[in-house]
Design a protein around this ligand. Structure first.
Ligand code: ZN
Length: 114
């Protein structure tokens, strides 16, 4: 499962950061997920719980911020919200949109108790 490996990466990253800061525990981990990243939020939460279990990150809260996907038209430069890879530009009707936001997932911050 894609989300399981993402969750394991998040847990690893959080633990590495927390240890560097000599944390007592991890309070929460904030992540950003694009609406077109293909990440299923429920599956990620489930994966996170499983990945964090019996680790230093157990009990940490996973805070998820969803980022709406946007695309820029290569012909007219209009920026529009999108829900699919091939969407027609509403301004010039070309199918030349580049997704500029909302395609990936990243960890924003790891909050710890020192
Ligand atoms: Zn256009």
């Amino acid at each position: 499962m894609h989300e399981m490996s993402l969750a394991m990466n998040i847990v690893d990253l959080a633990i590495t950061n927390a240890k560097k800061e000599h944390a007592k525990c991890i309070n929460h981990i904030e992540v950003e997920i694009g609406t077109m990243s293909g990440v299923m939020i429920d599956a990620l939460r489930f994966g996170f719980e499983a990945a964090a279990k019996n680790t230093f990150a157990e009990g940490a809260e996973l805070v998820i911020n969803e980022v709406a996907a946007k695309a820029r038209c290569r012909k007219c430069d209009a920026i529009q919200p999108v829900t699919a890879y091939f969407e027609e530009c509403p301004i010039c009707n070309e199918f030349l949109t580049d997704i500029i936001q909302g395609k990936d997932m990243r960890v924003l911050s790891v909050t710890i108790d020192e």
